[in-house]
Write a protein that binds this ligand. Structure first.
Ligand SMILES: [Zn+2]
Length: 490
């Protein structure tokens, strides 16, 4: 049976580190990349007698994330100990939340892959607050060729939210949409920098198949170790095919954890998962339960910026942008802020959007830079666009000028003056040149006069070449046609 005879059921669990200055239960720095074990203290090392104190900023951020994800915020909550023994957790338990998470019952709106052009709400079951574990560094081989592992506890105790999504996603593509939207929302809210490459955003995926027309969920596999959104989509696509083949062959499926091998493009069996782990949760006796007042929720709600979904809709309705442009511009808060500033100054949103999605994004990708590092400001882009509008430079020159602006940070006007790039609008000069070009290209002239309209393209090209791209293309076109018509009637 082909894969299309099955429903694909996907649920994602996402961990995001919160962007606080200090850790969740102690005053240690959360700075990334410090010397191993330089940001530690008795609390985050789990030494006997050390007592945790909740970082209120971490709680504020967790609540803001919950509000941005349309969750209900619990008025009364608590922390629980999750017991497990692993070297990256020095206390042998993690402080997490069990039955009373801070946020429940939210949703994210994503494009539907089942009904093109429609959106759907992917539910979020819960968002809870917990502490990060340390980092195990597996090191090379010693004299006896034995592997060893080192522990870095700098990460231990960094505040973390876990966002548990409902199994509402019906394709690997929807999983990617969900992650893209989730990341944008968290970044907009300012609670996490969501850097997948630094591990501050991580995703595990649960996937199972169900014969179309039935309601019972199949046996699921959990996939770990995907370090980009593209990898999540690829891993899920591979896994869906793999499970469909197994189900077709009638083989018994086992609940299992698999890892994504990026190089081979396959998921690999890690361990079976037939029974739920018993973490023996119980309320942490060192931390008081937490009451979240309505005033606190109201204060945090007021701090939320306009969310990407709202921006996207506004760009379509108020700016008249196509869906694609609106999604692109609203996908990151920084891009949206750049575009909004430029549109406020320049006015024409579609032109701004073309430049942001085109030249600016191309150069940012090429130089591996973020938009916040760009030397070109919205005002500088506006000044460049005005030079095009006034006919001082043409569009092709503008692209070259923009690249120079991007690399050097110089103003458009300065570059145009320094390099003598101003457009040639002098009709007399261009007319003289048109006659020269026509005289030098009798074949194209004959083609045009013989009815081959497109032959004019070559002649325009010759004019642009002769003026090093500075001729006003509109004037060039008109002049050439005028001269050619004169030749026809003579
Ligand atoms: Zn500490």
């Amino acid at each position: 049976m082909p894969l299309s005879d099955y429903d694909i059921i996907i649920g994602l669990e996402v961990h995001a580190e919160l962007k606080t200055e200090s850790k969740i239960f102690c005053g240690c720095s959360t700075e990334f990349g410090g010397l191993p074990n330089s940001h530690v203290c008795p609390v985050c090392l789990g030494l006997p007698g050390a007592l945790p104190v909740l970082n209120e900023q971490a709680l504020d951020y967790a609540i803001m994330a919950g509000l941005a994800l349309n969750c209900t915020i619990a008025p009364y909550s608590k922390f629980d100990r999750k017991q497990y023994f692993y070297p990256d957790s020095p206390k042998a338990y993690q402080i997490s939340q069990y039955d009373l998470p801070f946020c429940t019952n939210g949703w994210i709106e994503i494009p539907s892959s089942e009904e093109k052009g429609k959106t759907k709400k992917a539910r979020i079951i819960r968002v809870h607050l917990e502490e990060e574990a340390g980092k195990t560094v597996h090191s090379g081989s010693g004299i006896l060729n034995s592997q060893f592992a080192l522990e870095d506890y700098n990460r231990c105790g960094i505040p973390l939210i876990e966002i548990v999504g409902a199994p509402d996603l019906r394709s690997p593509e929807e999983a990617r949409y969900y992650l893209e939207r989730l990341k944008a929302i968290l970044q907009y809210t300012g609670v996490s920098d969501c850097k997948m490459e630094e591990g501050s955003l991580r995703c595990d995926a649960n996937i199972s198949l169900r014969r179309k027309g039935t309601t019972e969920f199949g046996v699921l596999a959990e996939i770990k170790n995907m370090n980009s959104f593209k990898a999540v989509q690829n891993a899920l696509e591979y896994e869906a095919e793999r499970q469909a083949k197994l189900l077709d062959s009638g083989e018994r499926m086992v609940k299992q954890t698999r890892t994504w091998d990026e190089n081979k493009g396959i998921t690999v069996f890690m361990r079976s998962k037939e029974e739920a782990s018993d973490y023996r949760y119980f309320p942490d006796p060192d931390l008081l339960p937490v009451r979240v007042t309505d005033e606190r929720i109201a204060r945090l709600r007021a701090r939320l910026p306009e969310m990407p979904e709202a921006k996207r809709k506004r760009y379509i309705e108020e700016w008249g942008l196509p869906e694609y442009d609106a999604s692109f511009i609203s996908s990151s808060r920084e891009i949206a802020e750049f575009a909004e500033a430029a549109v406020a100054e320049y006015g024409d949103a579609k032109t701004v959007s073309n430049w942001v999605m085109g030249e600016l994004t191309r150069l940012l990708n090429q130089e591996r830079m973020e938009i916040t590092e760009s030397k070109v400001t919205p005002s500088m882009l506006t000044a460049l666009l005005r030079l095009v509008d006034s006919g001082t430079i043409n569009l092709n020159t503008a692209k070259a000028v923009f690249e120079e602006m991007f690399m050097t940070g110089k103003a458009a006007q300065t570059i145009v003056e320094e390099k003598g790039l101003a457009q040639i609008n002098d009709t007399g000069e261009l007319e003289r040149l048109a006659k020269e070009v026509l005289a030098a290209n009798p074949k194209s002239v004959a083609d045009y006069l013989g009815g081959k309209e497109q032959a004019i393209g070559f002649l325009v090209g010759q004019m642009m070449k002769a003026t090093k791209g500075r001729a006003n293309p509109g004037i060039v076109n008109t002049l050439l046609r005028q001269e050619l018509e004169k030749m026809r009637s003579s």
